[in-house]
Design a protein around this ligand. Structure first.
Ligand code: 5AD
Ligand code: SF4
Length: 465
């Protein structure tokens, strides 16, 4: 059995993790991942529903796949096409109606059942697509096999899923369901396996990752700060990150972890969405602009060099020129090393989609350009400010030019260096020569030795005392 599988991933880091897990689930059936859909035995689109554009891309990709599916059939084979992820969850039957070339549709909670679904599709003579978008009571994590292949130098590990926050613009609580945290022991075991297979950096992922509250072996429920501390004790694990966080869930233990754990990288993605209280309120974000300021102050007190990243939505219903000016003011005040901004996109079924005061497209476009230009200037200034400094860089992949490797600085910046391939997967000391808009160019000074495991966690020390 040697079948090929092409998975195309859209959207967030959760989807990147899920795609790797789908490949694990299909490996025992003889499916091997490949880099192109052409000629593949199975193609899965792991989709994102967060903004309208993201969902539309799926339908155009399905159109393009039809040709490959026909070619495969004319050479006597069969290409199965699956749609997974949040578009599958939200628009399952619509997909099967609009795209009859699709064989199976599944949501983010049911991909552990892929083998069963594939078998049913292959058994049934009919070409009607199958749909599995339930929220099963059993957790998919209990049914996933161990990783079939090493994940590389930097890997994602899902610790939490779903969201109970119900921001009024967001589909996640509907597509991913209620919040759920994986038990500590399960997370630790997966992290240890990743490290044993060569991973040096783990990013804990979850839609609302800092709402993590996993059952621990001691019978307590651990927050993310405590979990990070436990993971920092794994020998051979050099770097930890987590994403995406909600300001409301930045608790004392997590903020303290930024000051206490050397392995926790000094970079945090903390979505702000807007700097105006009336908009934050209408978004149901449950914090004010001032709350965000105070959280950042406390984080910077714990870790003065912390680089911040964020998400912003412009043109949310009811956003006035004055509200938008407040956002620009807060961004200028806080200073972000990197950020994403989006035009508000009404999502069916969410409260804001039917709110009064929808903002005209042209106004959204102007605000997007203004905010983006401020954020780009901040990013460039941050990157230029790194010139001349020496930083540790985890070399993750080969670059476009020959003899070039690309890695990440502690602050998540992409760093390009001339380096021999043997340094791939290693951490090197790099002198930063040039800060550019989206990356840095540096010179390798030498390979860095691994750090030893961080001792005990403060909470453990208290328990002993
Ligand atoms: N319109 C625009 N942006 C959105 N986001 C989420 N939902 C929407 C929407 N309906 C953005 C938020 C979030 C990021 C992942 O996507 O900024 O933090
Ligand atoms: Fe969506 Fe808000 Fe939950 Fe983030 S916190 S996933 S924006 S509902």
């Amino acid at each position: 059995m040697n079948k090929t599988l092409f998975i195309k991933t859209y959207g967030c880091q959760m989807n990147v993790y899920d795609s790797a897990r789908m490949a694990d689930v299909l490996a025992p059936l003889g499916y091997r991942p490949v880099d192109s859909p052409q000629g593949a035995d199975m193609v899965i689109l792991n989709t994102c529903h967060i903004r309208e554009k993201a969902a539309e891309k799926v339908f155009s990709e399905l159109g393009r796949l039809k040709r490959f599916q026909r070619e495969k059939a004319s050479s006597g084979g069969r290409m199965l096409i699956g749609v997974a992820g949040c578009v599958g969850q939200a628009e399952g039957s619509e997909i099967l109606r609009r795209a009859p070339q699709v064989d199976l549709v599944l949501g983010p909670q049911t991909y552990h059942r892929l083998p069963e679904l594939v078998a049913r599709v292959l058994r049934s003579g009919s070409r009607a697509g199958l749909l599995d978008t339930e929220f099963p009571v059993e957790s998919k994590f209990d049914h996933l096999p161990e990783e079939a292949a090493p994940r590389g130098p930097a890997a994602f590990l899902s610790v939490q899923e779903g969201c109970d926050k119900f921001c009024t613009f967001c589909v996640v609580p509907y597509t991913r369901g209620a919040e759920f945290s994986r038990p500590v022991a399960e997370v630790v075991a997966e992290a240890e396996r990743l490290v044993a297979a060569g991973t040096a950096e783990i990013t804990l992922v979850g839609q609302n990752v800092n709402a993590y509250h996993g059952a621990a072996p001691d019978g307590a429920s651990w927050g993310l700060g405590r979990l990070l501390c436990r993971l920092a004790q794994i020998d051979g694990l050099e770097r930890l990150r987590y994403t995406t966080s909600h300001p409301r869930d930045m608790d004392d233990e997590l903020i303290a972890a930024h000051g206490e754990l050397d392995k926790l990288m000094p970079y945090l993605h903390l979505p702000l969405q807007s700097g105006a209280d009336p908009v934050l309120n209408a978004m149901n974000r449950r914090h004010t602009a001032d709350d965000y300021r105070r959280i950042v102050e406390r984080l910077r007190a714990a870790r003065p060099d912390l680089a911040l990243s964020s998400d912003f939505i412009v043109g949310f219903p009811g956003e006035t020129d004055r509200d938008f000016a407040e956002t620009l003011r807060l961004v200028a005040e806080i200073g972000f090393a990197q950020a994403y901004c989006f035009k508000y996109s009404p999502r069916p079924g969410t409260p804001a989609a039917v709110s009064a005061g929808q903002v005209p497209e042209a106004v959204k476009a102007d605000r997007l350009a203004a905010l983006q230009s401020l954020l780009s200037a901040q990013q460039l200034a941050f990157n230029r400010g790194c010139e001349g400094r020496t930083m540790s860089v985890l070399l993750e992949r080969t670059g476009r030019r020959s003899g070039q490797l690309v890695g990440r600085s502690p602050y998540m910046q992409a760093v390009h260096v001339a380096a021999p391939r043997r340094l791939l997967g290693r951490i090197a000391a790099v002198r930063m020569d040039r800060g550019l808009a989206n990356s840095l160019a540096g010179t390798i000074l030498g390979e860095l030795p691994g750090t030893s495991s961080s001792g005990s966690c403060p909470a453990d020390r208290e328990a002993v005392a």
